[in-house]
Design a protein around this ligand. Structure first.
Ligand SMILES: [Zn+2]
Length: 331
């Protein structure tokens, strides 16, 4: 076997068995920021795994998990290379801003593949696409329920009949991570003609097996959810044969959700519910209601089908047209 070669990232040569930290500068005409990235270059050869945390800066368990992975991954024990984005959206993180980058008001996870000469969020997306996604053989984007979103943990893989082998590899990655619910993101062929918009979908458009994690809720820096993400990522490293199998493995067989439906609000006002993420709902069941600002009921919210609430609005403000609940059909 050939000796492992250095890995060159941003003109820096990283020796096998070592890691380097980078702050990638991202500068637009109006604003400037940076992306903190750690590259672990294993002592043995293997694939390149790209990981992003903090695409949404108010989703803390993935960000805290990335901080832990920085301590737990030993490049001397690693086969292959990991490019770990510690926090993709530093302005949203430091600005405590849900969904949006406060500098330009854009959602980074609706901005891929990005633009080299666009606004600061579009440049962040472009930088992640060109410097991290384009270098990856496998890709994971880590999310949680954002500030108002109650969520029960799951992961998801991208599937398309256009790329069956890539889809199968994504499925194998997702199932190796120990989540009890896994979702199929099915991408129709026509969709590839349009911009990817989502970070992990950009990887899939480039035929890279791609998985999303959704773990954590409502901006809470919860330890259980953080640990679940860390353990899932370590299990993934074993599955990809990047880490020794003695350390981590999973025997959980997840329930696979192929179909989801959403309940959208027809009114603006205050949302009331006694439901929480993870609850089962029945077709026709009353799951909440909306009032105007004087307490008058505007609409009852009913489930249109049987299923389990994957995520939902967990706080009172509601705008017309918003998704109130995303419900998975249990097979
Ligand atoms: Zn998110």
């Amino acid at each position: 076997m050939l000796a492992q070669q250095p890995f060159v990232f941003l003109n820096t040569s990283i020796k096998p068995g070592t890691k380097n930290h980078f702050e990638i500068p991202v500068i637009s005409e109006k604003d400037s920021t940076f992306i903190p990235v750690t590259v672990f270059h294993g002592s043995k050869s293997g694939p390149v795994l790209g990981i992003t945390a903090g695409i949404h800066g108010y989703e803390y368990p993935p960000i805290l998990a990335a901080q832990q992975l920085n301590q737990k991954i030993d490049p001397k024990q690693l086969s292959g290379t990991i490019i770990l984005v510690q926090i993709a959206n530093v302005p949203a993180f430091l600005g405590r801003s849900p969904f949006l980058n406060p500098l330009d008001g854009k959602n980074l996870n609706r901005s891929f593949p990005g633009k080299p000469n666009g606004s600061i969020t579009e440049r962040l997306a472009h930088s992640i696409t060109s410097k991290i996604i384009a270098r990856s053989d496998f890709f994971v984007d880590m999310h949680a329920g954002d500030a108002p979103e109650d969520l029960r943990p799951y992961n998801a893989w991208y599937h398309s009949d256009a790329f069956p082998e890539v889809s199968q590899k994504g499925r194998d990655m997702a199932l190796a991570m120990g989540y009890d619910y896994s979702i199929i993101f099915n991408i129709p062929k026509e969709r590839f003609k349009k911009p990817s918009l989502y970070c992990s979908q950009e990887a899939f458009h480039r035929k890279i097996p791609s998985v999303d994690i959704e773990c954590g809720r409502m901006g809470i820096p919860d330890k259980t959810e953080t640990d679940r993400i860390v353990n899932g990522m370590l299990s993934l490293l074993v599955h990809l044969q990047m880490m020794d199998s003695k350390k981590q493995s999973t025997s959980i067989k997840p329930i696979i959700i192929a179909k989801r439906f959403t309940i959208k609000s027809k009114s603006t006002g205050l949302f009331y519910t006694e439901k929480k993420a993870g609850d089962l709902v029945k077709k026709g069941e009353l799951v909440g209601y909306i009032t105007n600002f004087f307490g008058k009921k505007l609409e009852d919210i009913k489930a249109e089908q049987n299923g389990m609430i994957l995520y939902m609005i967990g706080t009172p403000p509601i705008n017309k047209g918003e998704t109130i609940m995303n419900i998975g059909r249990i097979p």
